[in-house]
Design a protein around this ligand. Sequence first.
Ligand code: GUN
Length: 301
Amino acid sequence: MTEAKLIDGKAAAATLQRRVGDGVAGLIGRGGPTPGLATVLVGADPASQVYVRSKARLAAELGMASFDFRLDEAIAEAELLAVIDELNGDERVHGILVQLPLPAHIDTTQILMAIDPAKDVDGFHPFNVGRLGTVAPRAPLDFPVPCTPLGVSMLLQDTLGKLAGCNAVVIGRSNLVGRPVAQLLLRADCTVTIAHSRTRDLAALGRTADILVVAIGRPELVRGDWIKPGATVIDVGINRVPAADGKTRLVGDVAFDEAVKVAGHVTPVPGGVGPMTVACLMFNTLQEARRASGLKFSAAD
Ligand code: GUN
């Protein structure tokens, strides 16, 4: 039996990062602004600290300005809103990323709604969510789109070319991943089904999918016999589980060793979708800086 081809997210992210780095230099070369990304981290969650640090480091590597805000876990909502207000008004800042999850005493929706939609490089503001939900098939995405879903759609387009007519099943209905992935696949002319923890017979539904995107946060939930032979499987899950040697290891939401025997293409974990997320954040920041500049850019730029 031939094994599935691996979708190399690391290589795709490196290519996108080069494109963004060239774009930053090109924008500055045309007299435009240096793209600026502000990251806001509330509290000291170790995983969030790692993510935020890697975002700030990559922004600097690509020639962008990076503004880092580390705020106390106990910060009042009004104080956090004041920080966002200041960043909204700061013309050196083209992208604002407030790392989620926020502490329980803060109303996440209020915070996301306070971000200027033109600086919402996460694409989580309800205005941008609405734009993604109403975009016409194949119409340009001239607004920020959530980074992980954008990365998923780029990997699928790189792997398959045109997606029109494909049956796509998205397992997971989160605002961060499942729903926006489904919207992007619909825009790309797929026939989309969104499945979730209450779906009846997920396995049978999975077997109907030409494209199976899994973002449900359950380690190795999707088994080999849930997958249609030759399908393209995108595993968005990142789960830390106990390993045989007493340490831990990262696994996705798909049982990789089984999937690789059935699928046509599959993303590994780690090294699949993960690297694309941060590369897409840089891409979104560049795009917002370009729009703020008032200069014209072609789709190929
Ligand atoms: N936490 C986990 N994923 C994300 C993301 O894509 N953006 C933000 N802001 N926080 C996150």
